[in-house]
Design a protein around this ligand. Structure first.
Ligand SMILES: [Zn+2]
Ligand SMILES: [Zn+2]
Length: 134
């Protein structure tokens, strides 16, 4: 499914909104209207929510899950003579590889899933992020 996820400006809930061409992007919780999506192909030219023009690419997975897997590995170290750490690192790597990427808008932090991500998008860069985080 092609979708946009963000924390709604109005109701402050994290919502996932399906993106359909020529349809209004509206919060499913409070119906806040974010405007009409003109074209799916042009999403990465101008963010449909904030008109921002810069996006970064990110692995679409709950980073807390990755940390948790490592943490469990560390906890078990004394019982497995350190073997669990490389094992869990492998599991972590495996999970990471299976997870698809999403694009995130620098300005409004909307997450775009289900897209073919343009090749020019790069992982998050702090100097660009800092520009928007004021
Ligand atoms: Zn809302
Ligand atoms: Zn945006």
């Amino acid at each position: 499914m092609i979708s946009l996820s963000k924390v709604c400006d109005q109701c402050k809930k994290y919502v996932q909104i399906p993106l359909i061409e020529n349809q209004i992007i509206a919060c499913p919780e409070c119906s806040k209207d974010y405007g009409t999506l003109a074209s799916l192909e042009k999403v990465f030219d101008h963010c449909p929510v904030c008109q921002g023009r810069q996006f970064y690419i990110q692995k679409d997975f709950n980073q807390a899950l990755g940390c948790l897997v490592m943490l469990i590995g560390i906890v078990f170290v004394p019982f497995t003579l350190g073997l669990s750490l490389p094992l869990f690192a492998v599991i972590d790597w495996f999970l990471y590889r299976r997870i698809s990427s999403m694009a995130v808008c620098y300005r409004c932090h909307s997450e775009f899933r289900g897209f073919k991500i343009p090749v020019h998008l790069k992982p998050f860069m702090h100097h660009i992020g800092a520009k928007y985080d004021r």
